[in-house]
Design a protein. Structure first.
Length: 243
């Protein structure tokens, strides 16, 4: 799969889980595998959380979102639904056809689209990228393409609201120092693969980026990075603006 493709139904475990939960009120195990971590599981009910159930960083982002909003990787549409209750105008997009179907069933004007696809066009005052939204960049080598797309999609004075985490805590020694191999690949680049029932997704890259690195790259591509808030465990919410 290229970084502009959408998912085929037989390669869309998260979409299948979202679809089941929407239609049946419950879902099986959404399993997550990585070469760097032990097997994990995403509680599917978390993907349908209400505003009151969202982490503080997400609530701050939704409050700050303004104008014509693009909700990238919208999943079940929970963030767009919360924005709708705030009487804000948002377009949710996702690469999962099953997720888009669920959002449309909720009355949202959702579109099947990949934000990196040059055929997807629009002018947005806020581009919203939540739930470790930096992940869709994949790898640091893609960050130039990411900022290039944001320049195309942002309206004048627009902003990107994106959360991420600094994975340095995984390398913390008992004395509080960090044993990070600077000669290796950037430590925030992770590979994941998901499985739901018999549906196995392809492996994909996911980027967790520390704020200092994000700020450095932002300035290289004509953006300014502002840390709006910090979470409880090395996570943060950033605001990216042109100039």
């Amino acid at each position: 799969m290229t970084n502009t493709d959408c998912l085929a139904p037989d390669k869309d475990p998260m979409g299948a889980a979202i679809h089941d939960y929407h239609n049946k009120g419950k879902a099986g195990r959404l399993r997550v595998f990585s070469s760097q971590f032990e097997e994990d599981e995403i509680p599917v009910s978390n993907l349908f959380r209400t505003y009151g159930e969202m982490p503080r960083l997400e609530q701050i982002a939704l409050q700050a979102a303004h104008g014509h909003i693009l909700d990238v990787g919208a999943g079940s549409g929970c963030h767009t639904l919360a924005l709708k209750k705030m009487e804000k105008d948002a377009l949710p997009i996702d690469i999962s056809p099953l997720s888009v179907e669920v959002m449309q069933a909720h009355g949202l004007n959702a579109r099947l689209a990949n934000v990196f696809d040059p055929h997807f066009i629009g002018q947005f005052d806020t581009v919203l990228m939540l739930m470790n939204g930096s992940g869709i960049i994949g790898r640091l080598e893609n960050i130039g393409a990411f900022f290039g797309r944001m320049k195309q999609l942002l309206a004048p004075d627009g902003c990107v609201l994106m959360d991420s985490s600094d994975l340095r805590y995984l390398f913390e020694d008992e004395d509080g120092s960090f044993a990070i191999d600077l000669a290796a690949d950037y430590y925030g680049q992770v590979d994941f693969r998901m499985q739901y029932k018999r549906i196995k997704g392809d492996s994909f890259d996911w980027l967790y980026i520390d704020f200092n690195t994000l700020s450095l790259y932002a300035s290289q591509y004509g953006f300014k990075a502002e840390k709006m808030a910090e979470g409880e465990h090395y996570d943060y919410l950033a605001r990216l603006t042109l100039g």
